[in-house]
Design a protein around this ligand. Sequence first.
Ligand code: BES
Ligand code: MN
Ligand code: ZN
Length: 505
Amino acid sequence: MDFEIVNGNITSLETECLVVGIQADATLTPSAREIDQAASGYIQEILNAGDIQGKSGETLLLQKVPGISARRVLLLGLGKADERSDRGSRKQITAAMAVIKSTSISSAVFALDKQVGADDDLYRQVRQLVEWSGSELYNYDETKSKKADPLKLELLGIVIGEDDNEIAEFALLDGVALVNGISTARDLGNLPGNVCTPTYLAEQAVELAEEVDNLTTTIVDEDEMAELGMHSLLSVGHGSEQPSKLIVMEFKGAQADEKPHVLVGKGITFDTGGISLKPGAAMDEMKFDMCGAASVFGAVTALCEMQPEINVVAIIAAAENMPSGHATKPGDIVTTMSGQTVEILNTDAEGRLVLCDALTYAERFEPQTVVDIATLTGACIIALGHHATGLLSNDDDLAAELLAAGDQAADKAWRLPLWDEFQEQLDSNFADIANIGGRAGGTVTAACFLSRFTKSFRWAHLDIAGTAWNSNGKAKGATGRCVPLLTQYLLNQSAGDASDENGDD
Ligand code: BES
Ligand code: MN
Ligand code: ZN
């Protein structure tokens, strides 16, 4: 499926389906009016008959509209003009794509008069239209014997005034890169734990580096991790037959001497809880416990396509958390790479155990910033539900930049406090730190644990426990959440970005 920018008169567009907007109270948008005039009032007649009111997400597919070249016209409700929002637009694009997918339409063109998204930023509008319509075409059938029928839709166009072509083409390419990044993250997340193991993730990283000139991958195996003193990370995989892996991908888009931004992803390819075994209900969903790693893969995939001027190091801490005779037991104490000792009071709080060593490893890159992404705490779902990613940081500016990137990319995060008051919940009688801090403020104390390993750099933590996947029925599956946020954040940091205030530090 390809996207293209289209100019010119929409009445003479050769397409199988022209999508035009109808505003609330059955009001014609400029594009709908053009079609209506060419069709001698045909559209207005349909509105007068009350077949579509223009409510957000309403659709009506028309065949053989007279006086125009398009074979079909899809009327799409855009709601009230003064109530435009990203959420509304996404719903509208989803509705339009549902109609397009359910027919044999092989080409369609959106003529939405710059009405996409919450504001008038054209780059953002085109990118969102591409990102959201492209994401509607995602289909997972990797592990089904019956594959989905090949997509009928081959071409999606977006009508733009000629003056805006340059920015629109740029936004289109970024949108396509994002769709690919999001799909990569969803594919990895959706794969079952018996396929997507730490070794599989490592192989994917090696393959990606083979395809991209300025991306290199290094795999740190268990022996090397032991030499580095990563006994906390290693303790998580002790109960598993699958060897743990530390996966390091280096993207070089800027000068060699420019310090990198580091992403760190939690890659628990299955989380049984270990000896602190989880209850059985919905335990299958713990295959999604590598979605932090998946979103890092997704962001790297998008970056490789966009090639911004920035250096990025992506670190994935991959392990499988299983119970067995070799598994770590509650009360065991391990020494982290930082030298700090940890009392593992609950083997189900394993994410922080792999992340802490990966964060210490990040120090060697002298990073400008470090952002970790993890399905870390069930408590984050209780605190923020499924719409916002939890954000905690030791740096107010970094937190603000990530929140802004999330808003820009319509992939929202919300900040939680990382106050010292919470730190003492991690006190241990037998080690430097306990790996759990009790039920109160579970997301905060998890981040407090990580903060003990991030003192030497600007760091933020994204808890995607509530946003990384959907548990419901047909929608069950990985969302790709945080690929847009992370990619946007890195684009904003890149040298080529005009809004970058710290461009040359
Ligand atoms: N991967 C889980 C967190 C999780 C649970 C994410 C459910 C999404 C849905 C994590 O490893 C975990 O088990 N955390 C524990 C921590 C507790 C033992 C302090 C939790 O949240 O219950
Ligand atoms: Mn766990
Ligand atoms: Zn986990």
